[in-house]
Every structure is written in C-alpha cells, then in structure tokens.
Design a protein around this ligand. Structure first.
Ligand SMILES: Cc1cc2nc3c(=O)[nH]c(=O)nc-3n(C[C@H](O)[C@H](O)[C@H](O)COP(=O)(O)OP(=O)(O)OC[C@H]3O[C@@H](n4cnc5c(N)ncnc54)[C@H](O)[C@@H]3O)c2cc1C
Length: 468
C-alpha cells in the first residue's frame, strides 16, 4: 500500500463478472453478504460478450439464411435471397449481446452488488489492488471468489492479428470470408465452421487428432461430419498446423499431413485449439493460492482453494470449460461462504455442441458406465421415428439412454439432432435424480413433440417400444 492510499474494506469480493463471477456475486448478495465484483473488460465475461451468446447468434443467422435459400421441400420458393452481413453483426452485437449484458448490469444493481472497474491483483490473502488505467485503489476483503476465466491459446507460427484470428476475431468479422481456414475442430471450431459455411463461406478445418469433436461419441460426430460434407466443409484430420503468413489481402496457412507439407490460401484463418486459464499475472502467489497443472487452481468440493477465505470457480478450475459449470460452481461457492453446507456434484453436467445437428450428452456414456464397473446397456431411438421431427424436416439423429441392467436406472444419455440442447435437460434431471426408465416412460409427454423421443427411448429400454 502506498502512503495515503487507504484500503477500502469489502466483505465478499468477486473477481471477474462472467457466468461464474456475476452469478456468485448475486447469490452471495441474496444470502445477505455485502458484495463487490471487480471486472476489467466486460460485464458478462467471455460467454455473453465473445463466447456462447454471439456464437449462437451467428449460428441462428446461418440457419435463417439457409432456410431462406432452401425450403423448396416445404413448397416455399424464394428468389433473390441476399445476406446483409453488416446487419447480421449489428443484430448480434446490439440486438443480442448488448441486451444481455445490460440485463446482467441491471441484475447486479438490483441485488446491490457494487461493480468496480479494473484489473485485480492480490497483495496478500486479504488485500487486493485494483488498477484502472492510471489509477489504483487498494481493497481489503474477508472472502474472495476468483472467477477470472480463460483466454484463447496462441500457437507457434500463428500470432494473432490481421487475418490470423482467435475466436473473438472470428465472431467479429466484417464480411463472410470466401475462404475460411479453422485450426482446431473442437466444439468452438466446429460450431463456427458450421455457422460460417451456412453463411456462405468455403470452410476448411485442420484438426491435429484423428477426429473432430473428440468429446463426443463417434456415432454422434459422424452426423456432423456428414453434414459438413453436405455443406462443402473440408475436414483434414491428423494435420499439424505449422505457420500462417499474412499476405495483406489473404493468408497462407502451412500445415503437415503424414510428414508432407501442404498449404492453403484463405481470406482468414481462425485458431481454436483451446483456452488457457487466467491465473497468471494476478498475484496469486502473493495470496498463497496454489496453482496446479495447466495453470488450473485446485479446489475442494465447495470451491475453496488452499487458502481458506479464497474460492475459485469456472474456467480456472479443473473440469469442462462450460458456462453452466461456472454458474453452478458460483452458487456453491457463494453458499459455502454464507455458511451453507453445500458441495458440488458433477454427476449430471450436460455438454452441448451447437452444430448441425446439435449434439448433447449428460452423465456416462456406455463405455464410461462399463469402465465404472456398472452392468449397463444402452438404447437408441431414431429421430426418424418421431412425428414432430418428420414435420420439421429434420430426422437426422437419435436419443440414447444408458441404463443399469438390473433396475433400468438412467446413468447417462446422449442426444444428437434438432432440439438436442433442450432435450438434454429432461435427461439431466433423470440422471441427477437417479430416475429409472419407467419414471420417464410413465411421464406423459405432449404430442407431437421432440421430447416424446425421450419417452420412446425409455419404453425401448423397458422392452415395450410402441413406435419402433
Ligand atoms: C466462442 C466460444 C463459444 C462458447 N460457447 C459456449 C457455449 O455454447 N456453452 C457453454 O457452456 N460455454 C461456452 N463457451 C465457454 C464459456 O464462455 C466459458 O466456459 C465461460 O465464459 C466461463 O465463465 P467464467 O465466469 O469462468 O469466465 P469468463 O466468462 O472468462 O469471465 C471471466 C471474466 O473475468 C475478467 N477478468 C479476468 N482477470 C481479471 C482480473 N485480474 N481482474 C478483473 N477482471 C478480470 C475477464 O475480463 C472476464 O470478463 C464458449 C467459449 C467461447 C470462446
């Protein structure tokens, strides 16, 4: 502390206002704590500003464009369909992102959470220094929740700038590239590759491993690969990205497959090979907070670090880097600080890829169930057996239940197809509550709906399928 800089006392302080931080702040305030949240860049974090929300907006725009171009099957003839991408981007930024971030600011205010703008650095385990441009202020705190999130990984030979983009740059393009190269076929790369292909780009995905979307099972990924083929997306697996050369009006991307060097020229290249936790450069060592493997902070079941009054949540702790995981951990940490007896339970953590078709998974796959020593079976019901899917003209995909053989308890589920991101919630509830197939089969599902497929799959697991 410098002379004359008196520390302002805070009760509970949250660092970062992403889906981890803002949720933790609100929940702690709801439980009677005096809360301040420190944010250096944007309220709503990566998810609302440059992640989940803008990516889903571009994906939606791509779907509308494709439907306008091609709905002849429904007897809809269109002519002269054009895309005004500047308008698309304006709608994404002002019609969607701004609306939501303004909403989060309103919620913080409503819950009397103080918002402090600046970058937080730990001075010790009870003191923070917040730097905002030329000014700095010291704060003392009783409890802290660190929710500083993550940033894109930059790889050798691909220095971000100009035509070499990270996902943030990829979301903010002013034009739809004629040719777009994406390094990394994980969820972010596959989602944005699909979106830009729908918007008219010729997309090439270079993936280092043998399969894109490695966190999903092969039969699910196959559906996305088939769709990529239809869209004209080129997927090159086992491709090692070497270098990108910005030519000013284009970019040359060099890569290696089977030891042979290849190159492709595109308008832009986007690197989505993973994200790095923001745990460096904020004085964690001064607070005594231990940083573990890959820069992640080890925490206990309440989100507490090795320092008892400092918690960590979201992308900076181990586990899947997902917004709903961050928000879930946020509530647990805020409640733990408020003296509640709570603990995380990740048994039913869903994960979704917003590709065409959507992929969603929760709980165990059949392989994981067997590995866990369960006597498990899986049952798969196709979307083509569902009236609603047929009337939507979207019959690719399936619902799969993983159940125990003895008592049909649902330990996992996977959904591929239209509406998978919504359908997975019923299955998450089933896994979370330990329901069995009979519980689902006896639940009346509205007709005709995609949700009925869940009921049909449960009946299949009971050996009494009506629609297959
Ligand atoms: C393109 C893309 C698409 C995605 N799509 C999805 C999706 O569909 N579904 C999903 O579940 N997840 C998605 N994610 C992942 C999701 O965005 C993250 O898991 C989520 O944002 C993590 O939340 P968080 O609160 O841990 O951190 P973040 O959202 O990263 O927020 C951290 C905040 O802390 C601030 N900060 C960092 N350091 C400091 C400091 N020292 N002082 C003050 N402030 C600081 C940052 O400015 C930031 O606002 C996507 C990510 C990307 C990049």
């Amino acid at each position: 502390m410098v002379v004359g800089d008196f520390a302002i006392e805070l009760d509970t302080v949250v660092i970062g206002a992403g889906p981890g931080g803002y949720v933790a702040a609100i929940r702690a305030a709801q439980l009677g704590q005096k809360v301040a949240v420190i944010e250096r860049e944007y309220i709503g974090g990566v998810c609302l500003n440059v992640g989940c929300i803008p990516s889903k907006a571009l994906i939606a725009a791509g779907h509308h464009y494709q439907e306008a171009l091609d709905s002849q099957m429904f007897g809809v003839n269109t002519e002269g369909v054009t895309l005004d991408f500047a308008k698309t981007q304006d709608w994404k930024d002002n019609g969607v992102v701004k609306k939501l971030t303004t909403g989060v600011s309103f919620l913080l205010k409503k819950n009397k959470v103080e918002v402090i703008t600046g970058s937080a650095f730990f001075v010790d385990d009870h003191t923070l220094r917040v730097i905002n441009g030329d000014s700095a202020q010291t704060y003392s705190f009783n409890n802290a929740i660190i929710a500083t999130g993550s940033r894109p990984i930059e790889i050798k030979g691909f220095k971000f700038g100009g035509r070499i983009l990270d996902s943030t740059g990829g979301l903010a393009l002013k034009e739809v590239p004629k040719k777009f190269v994406i390094i990394g076929g994980g969820v972010i790369g596959a989602e944005l590759g699909g979106a830009y292909a729908n918007l008219g780009a010729e997309v090439t995905i270079l993936e280092g491993s043998p399969q894109i979307l490695p966190t999903f099972e092969k039969d699910m990924v196959k559906l996305v690969e088939d769709d990529f083929k239809k869209k004209g997306i080129t997927v090159i697996t086992k491709a090692m990205a070497k270098e990108a050369i910005d030519n000013g009006d284009s970019v040359t991307v060099k890569y290696e497959v089977d030891g042979k060097e290849q190159s492709v020229v595109a308008d832009y290249v986007m690197v989505t090979v993973g994200r790095r936790p923001n745990t460096d450069d904020m004085g964690l060592e001064q607070a005594g907070v231990e940083i573990g493997e890959r820069g992640l902070i080890p925490v206990d079941a309440q989100g507490r670090t090795n320092v008892k009054n400092i918690y960590a949540i979201g992308d900076i702790v181990p586990g899947a880097a997902l917004a709903h995981k961050a928000s879930y951990e946020a509530k647990i940490a805020a409640e733990a600080i408020s003296g509640k007896k709570v603990a995380v339970d990740y048994k039913a953590m869903p994960a979704v890829a917003f590709t065409d078709p959507e992929l969603a998974t929760v709980g165990m796959t059949i392989a994981e169930a067997k590995e866990a020593g369960l006597n498990a079976k899986s049952y798969k019901f196709p979307l083509s057996g569902n009236g609603r899917a047929i009337s939507l003209g979207k019959t690719e995909g399936f619902v799969r239940l993983v159940t125990t053989v003895e008592d049909n308890v649902i330990v996992g589920a996977q959904v591929a197809g239209v509406g998978a991101s919504d359908m997975i919630s019923e299955l998450s509830l089933a896994v979370e509550s330990g329901m069995n197939a009979e519980d689902i089969a006896l639940t009346i599902h509205p007709h005709p709906s995609l949700g009925e497929i869940v009921m049909d799959t449960a009946e299949l697991a009971l050996g009494l399928p009506i629609h297959i």
